[in-house]
Ligand binder design. Structure first.
Ligand SMILES: NC(=O)c1ccc[n+]([C@@H]2O[C@H](COP(=O)([O-])OP(=O)(O)OC[C@H]3O[C@@H](n4cnc5c(N)ncnc54)[C@H](O)[C@@H]3O)[C@@H](O)[C@H]2O)c1
Length: 264
């Protein structure tokens, strides 16, 4: 069986032109993390002005420092008022928001035998209610402009459920909610010229899995038809595609980027 080796992982800016997003503004959440940072970097490399947001204040400051011309802002997406404030600030500063790549999320792995309602609320608060809050605030600015693209990051767990090797029922349900949210928003905002889609990553080697032992990562990779876990670059490239004019007719889609995991 041929496998996708590291050499096949290309960065988005090797595919998109350096001016693909010239003059446009991208707001990226979870940008201190693996996929968010790579997405922010890819947007910037393709000409966009980028604002990075993350709950990890030091991490997002360090991430923005690595991307010339970008700005990092501390933001807990579960804090609805702060979300509205930060998004308004971005719109005021740049006069527009063209793209939202919402990558912020937490992963949890509690067995349903012991997970209580408080655990579920905490996960849903960040991964689903927080996703809604960020999308709603950004869409408030995109709708009157009559343009924009929103990518909400879901997970294969949203389709397949949790309770397996790395994530639990609450996380999986939150991501199923994101998939449904994308369909609703895509339907509601299509007539306004705003596109809304989901990226559906499979298991990917990012800081989210820092605590996962190497032998477990190997087992996970062995179950993926293309023979490896995802990389942040895979996800950034797919997000840039969804935000680009190449995806002008893509609305309410759930784009699997999982090396074929969904075929299992
Ligand atoms: N890594 C995977 O295997 C995998 C698989 C499927 C889906 N995903 C999804 O991809 C997205 C990106 O994940 P990643 O792998 O880059 O993870 P990551 O842990 O590297 O990044 C996630 C970032 O979100 C931030 N964050 C967490 N809670 C937040 C909050 N309340 N407010 C603001 N920021 C917050 C974290 O600080 C972190 O920087 C997530 O939505 C995740 O659920 C990841």
């Amino acid at each position: 069986m041929s496998t996708a080796s590291d050499e096949t992982v290309v960065s988005a800016w090797q595919v998109f032109s350096p001016s693909a997003f010239e003059g446009e503004v991208a707001f990226v959440t979870g940008a201190a993390g693996g996929m968010g940072f790579e997405t922010a970097r890819a947007f910037a490399a393709c000409g966009a002005r980028v604002v990075l947001a993350d709950r990890d204040a030091d991490g997002v400051r360090r991430a923005a420092a690595r991307i010339p011309g970008s700005r990092g802002v501390a933001l807990d997406v579960a804090d609805e008022e702060r979300v509205a404030h930060v998004v308004d600030e971005v719109a005021r500063e740049h006069g527009r928001i063209d793209h939202l790549a919402h990558c912020a999320a937490v992963i949890t792995s509690q067995h349903s035998r012991t997970a209580d309602a408080g655990h579920w609320r905490r996960v849903l608060d960040v991964n689903l209610v927080g996703t809604f809050a960020v999308a709603q605030q950004v869409l408030r600015h995109m709708e009157p402009a009559g343009r924009g693209s929103v990518v909400l990051v879901a997970s294969d767990a949203g389709f397949r459920g949790g309770g397996g090797l790395i994530c639990d029922s609450a996380y999986a349900a939150s991501k199923a909610g994101v998939l449904s949210l994308v369909k609703s928003l895509a339907r509601e905002f299509a007539a306004k010229g705003v596109r809304v889609n989901a990226l559906v990553p499979g298991p990917s080697d990012t800081p989210m899995h820092t605590g996962v032992p190497d032998d477990l990562k190997k087992r996970i990779a062995a179950n993926i038809p293309l023979g490896r876990m995802g990389r942040p670059q895979d996800m950034a490239a797919a997000i840039l595609y969804l935000c680009s004019p190449a995806a002008a007719f893509v609305q309410g889609a759930a784009l699997d980027v999982d090396g074929g995991l969904m075929l299992r």
